[in-house]
Design a protein around this ligand. Structure first.
Ligand SMILES: Nc1nc2c(ncn2[C@@H]2O[C@H](COP(=O)(O)OP(=O)(O)OP(=O)(O)O)[C@@H](O)[C@H]2O)c(=O)[nH]1
Ligand SMILES: [Mg+2]
Length: 369
């Protein structure tokens, strides 16, 4: 050990006892270096692409969550890193049953997911729950609600719940949700449940990512008609009238029968499959097993007929086209010349000095050049 350099102070109190520091270790530089060390230790370790991929494949939840954060990030470097991780994960993805769940606000989607999720975990499945909520960038309210509504499920070791990402500039909710599905599958989740809020476009988006689409309804004045008007019934593989409990049982059964009759006149979305109508109570759990029986029947029928594979292949193509569209749009609006010109051209259109058709052509030509 090095001998410490010491020096004696010029002055000390007369009554100074033994405890008075007469020797002062000259060690300022040492203290600073110690600080530096603590800094490097506390600084968060940056996970490499390999660390992330390995962690996800080993079903490390924390790493899966980190990976999804990268996917959802609007920073270009994060996004690019996520793409590299996904490339490694893709060969391990695809082995799951993907179910989309939609319905008017308050129909009981989250409660049903909790009930269904708990049932599936008991059957030995690993369940990932994602939400697609186009309004979430504006209000985070429903997300908080969902977390508390799925409280029991979120405590399960074999469940992973991820609230909705917001859009942002690096691809919208579509890209982020598809990539999150991939990451969850690679992490070993064999059932992916995706809740979407009934606002129209989001259902169509989610339909293009899932194998099975479930519409949750509630019996009551005109509610069931809403689904028909919006064309959601047409893309559903099953309808469930929820809240079939207490005084509501009879009303729900009537609604179910009416709907089952009406469905015969509709063309089904998935070839060779006649959509089913069910009743359930997410609160008591009654009818929840039956919902999953229908999903399993659907998977078995469509796998045998080849419709399942065909749909997955088409969805992969759709994924590519969506990405091309998203990226082209982004690249166009981020183009410096377009940015400069857009403002001027907008004004000219508004004042009637330019036709929208010529404006679009001018801007596109400037972009291409
Ligand atoms: N009686 C009864 N109430 C239910 C049932 N399922 C859900 N609820 C209640 O209905 C309300 C809304 O349930 P949620 O699960 O949050 O509905 P949601 O469709 O997810 O709603 P949003 O996410 O806001 O669109 C809650 O108060 C639930 O307790 C059910 O089966 N029976
Ligand atoms: Mg909900």
């Amino acid at each position: 050990m090095k001998k410490e350099k010491t020096y004696k102070p010029d002055w000390q109190p007369k009554n100074a006892g033994k405890e008075f520091a007469v020797k002062v270790v000259k060690g300022k530089s040492k203290v600073t270096s110690k600080k530096k060390n603590t800094k490097t230790v506390t600084k968060r370790k940056q996970l490499t692409v390999n660390d992330l991929a390995k962690g996800v494949l080993a079903n490390d939840r924390k790493i899966l969550a980190k990976c999804i954060t990268l996917i959802e990030s609007n920073s270009k470097t994060h996004y690019q890193k996520a793409e590299k991780v996904l490339e490694k994960l893709l060969p391990y993805a695809g082995n799951s049953t993907r179910v989309g769940i939609t319905g008017v606000p308050g129909a009981g989607k989250s409660t049903l997911i909790e009930s269904l999720g708990l049932y599936l975990i008991k059957q030995g499945h690993k369940v990932a729950v994602l939400t697609v909520d186009p309004s979430s960038s504006v209000s985070k309210g429903s997300i908080l609600g969902d977390k508390t509504r799925m409280e029991k499920l979120s405590r399960e070791a074999n469940c992973f719940i991820r609230p909705s990402p917001s859009g942002g500039n690096l691809g919208g909710v579509t890209r982020k949700t598809r990539e999150t599905i991939t990451a969850c599958e690679a992490a070993g989740f064999d059932i992916i449940l995706i809740e979407t809020v009934g606002v129209g476009q989001s259902e169509i988006t989610v339909r293009s990512m899932v194998d099975f689409f479930l519409l949750v309804m509630i019996a009551g004045a005109g509610d069931e008609l809403q689904g028909i008007k919006k064309g959601i019934v047409e893309i559903a593989d099953a309808l469930v009238f929820n809240k079939a409990d207490g005084n509501n049982i009879q009303k729900t059964n009537i609604a179910k029968n009416e709907f089952a009759n009406a469905l015969h006149y509709l063309q089904s979305y998935s070839e060779g499959w006649q959509p089913k109508v069910l009743t359930a109570s997410a609160l008591t759990g009654k009818g929840v097993k039956e919902i999953w029986d229908v999903v399993e029947e659907f998977i078995s029928v469509t796998k045998n007929s080849g419709v399942f594979d065909e749909q997955r292949k088409n969805q992969s193509l759709q994924w590519m086209y969506d990405l091309i569209e998203e990226n082209l749009k982004k690249s166009f609006y981020e183009n410096e010349i377009v940015k400069k010109e857009l403002n001027k051209i907008e004004k000219q259109i508004k004042s009637g000095k330019m036709l929208p058709t010529s404006a679009a052509e001018i801007l596109l030509n400037k972009y291409i050049k």
